[in-house]
Design a protein around this ligand. Structure first.
Ligand code: GLC
Ligand code: CA
Length: 545
């Protein structure tokens, strides 16, 4: 068994989507100097690790998740000197720096792909190339962004596999030279000071040699998602090897983004015996959560995941760059926005594992309502719209669906202050700013002690003071109502209990809540009355013994 890196369990990780964080030079695009400029804000919040979505050279077909040079910075984002400086300044503030490693696929504009097209050694087999079968693609697999997962390349006279967009060809890990390149790449970034890796779409590395047709219901465009691609034994072998050769010896923290067919598969990536990742981000497309009864979904998830993962450690997040904003998607972004943001934060940070905060979540930022499909940038949103039209939806219904689930909801620029463009840029922002920035912004909230920002700050600070938050066992409690989620965490003679009403209606509070109140969502009003949980009222108790 490989020993735990003990520092990993002290992290609270803040995710930055660099394109939308802060623009330092007025070109409308956030950048690395912009991140440096805001490090004091992040220190004040109290997070101790930053994960930046990709900032490498990229043609931006999927906003940086299509990398054309893993050792170069996208000029819009700055220079390698800026990156070095950012890492240095993070370390000077006691923050870890986490890189987004996207190695299931590269960009088709990567030199490796260009040379692979020409069958130049050693790049010939760096990607999955197959001859046409009866003049068609080798199988029926769907790509995540629509259409076939295969694209014909005229020059090479073969199809290549792209599980994501056709500008994101899958890298062939069974090619030893390619695998060695990736190992070398990890060493290279470690040497630059990187402390950890968030590893993108990593449950698909190994592919079946015979590429069988996928079974299951086709997408409206006729292709079928290959669920057989997820979590294959060969993938786990690659991950275990990475851990043994790199992650553990280099003391690199790792969080893998993994697709699961069922929650039990989570253990395959994070249990100590497997020695693969320190933790995992279970990926679910927003459609899987759309229209669900949120408290039930969260409760069931917590229960099953805690049962299957010994010690109960995984990435705790409600938001990221692939999901709508949590207050809008899981809660109430109108009348109850502020208390809802606080209640959801409590549920997330009290759950076992490492809490993640996605930029703007600490302000209770909301999803955006744009008026037409061409105002959306996200490749996934355009695909959702097309698929719904093919399925027979009216343009209005297709648009509503695509907009509700759009990843752009989380990608609108960070709201810094009430000046033009939310203080994000002095130029024209690459994506529209949410007009509610006038009311919801960092400047207003840092100067208001009862804001969502200060609530997050206090919540994050509690982690250092209460070991139960880090190491506590989880016990689910009966909230007495389907809309109320209640659980406790116990360690070192202390029990922390959370009761949270995740709905717009008042409900009777669960029986037997005792202890000192550490935090409560309704800070602007009178405190918890011991009888009723108001809409989105969440209360955290601490009891000794
Ligand atoms: C991951 C990323 C997502 C990206 C995809 C392909 O799911 O989080 O943004 O589109 O992988 O790289
Ligand atoms: Ca810029």
């Amino acid at each position: 068994m490989i020993p735990q890196k003990d520092w990993v369990r002290d992290l609270v990780i803040y995710q930055i989507y660099p394109r939308s964080f802060f623009d330092s030079n007025g070109d409308g695009v956030g950048d690395l100097p912009g991140v440096i400029a805001k490090l004091d804000y992040l220190s004040q919040l109290g997070v101790n690790a930053l994960w930046l979505s990709p900032f490498f050279a990229s043609p931006n077909d999927d906003n940086g998740y299509d990398i054309s040079d893993y050792r170069a910075i996208l000029p819009e984002f700055g220079t390698m000197a800026d990156c070095d400086e950012l890492i240095r300044q993070c370390h000077a503030r006691g923050m870890k720096f986490i890189l987004d490693l996207v190695v299931n696929h590269s960009s088709d504009e990567h030199e490796w792909f260009r040379k692979s097209v020409k069958r130049e050694a050693p790049y010939t087999d760096y990607y999955y190339w197959r001859d046409p079968v009866d003049g068609h693609a080798p199988n029926n697999w769907a790509s995540c962004f629509g259409g076939s997962a295969w694209e014909f390349n005229e020059e090479r006279g073969q199809y290549y596999l792209h599980y994501f967009s056709k500008k994101q060809p899958d890298l062939n890990w069974s090619c030893p030279a390619l695998k060695a390149e990736i190992h070398e790449l990890i060493r290279w970034w470690k040497a630059r000071g990187v402390d950890g890796l968030r590893i993108d779409a990593i449950s698909y590395l190994d592919k079946p040699a015979d590429f069988p047709d996928a079974e299951g219901a086709p997408m409206p465009d006729g292709y079928v998602f290959p669920s057989l691609l997820t979590g294959r034994p060969g993938t786990h072998a690659y991950l275990h090897e990475l851990n043994e050769k790199l992650f553990t010896p280099l003391n690199l923290m790792t969080v893998g983004e993994v697709s699961l067919r069922c929650d039990a598969e989570l253990a395959d990536y994070v249990s100590d015996e497997r020695a693969e990742f320190d933790m995992a981000i279970p990926f679910l497309p927003p459609i899987a959560e759309y229209g669900q009864h949120v408290p039930t979904m969260l409760r069931d998830r917590l229960k099953t995941r805690y049962d299957v993962v010994p010690g109960g450690w995984w990435a705790q997040f409600m938001s990221n760059h692939d999901k709508p904003r949590q207050v809008s998607f899981f809660g109430n972004d109108g009348e109850f926005r502020e208390v809802c943001a606080k209640a959801l934060a409590l549920v997330n940070h009290l759950s076992p594992g490492t809490p993640f905060v996605y930029q703007g979540e600490e302000l209770g930022m909301t999803s955006i309502h744009l008026s037409s499909i061409d105002q959306y940038d996200d490749i996934g949103t355009h695909n959702d719209y097309r698929q719904r039209l093919l399925a027979g939806d009216s343009p209005e219904a297709a648009f509503k669906f695509a907009a509700d689930l759009s990843r752009d909801n989380a990608r609108t620029p960070m709201q810094w202050n009430a000046s033009a463009n939310a203080g994000f840029t002095t130029g024209t922002p690459w994506l529209k700013v949410n007009p509610n920035y006038v009311d919801i912004n960092a400047e207003a909230q840092t100067s208001d002690p009862l804001s969502v920002f200060h609530f997050y700050r206090r919540l994050i600070a509690l982690r250092g003071a209460h070991p139960a938050l880090k190491n506590g066992d989880l016990q689910m409690l009966d909230g007495g109502n389907a809309d109320v989620i209640a659980f406790s965490r116990t360690a070192g003679g202390e029990t922390l209990t959370l009761a949270a009403n995740l709905s717009d209606a008042p409900h009777a509070a669960p029986q037997g809540l005792t202890g000192e109140i550490l935090l409560q969502s309704h800070e602007r009003e009178s405190g918890f009355d011991g009888v009723t949980l108001r809409p989105w009222e969440a209360v955290l108790f601490a009891a000794k013994g």
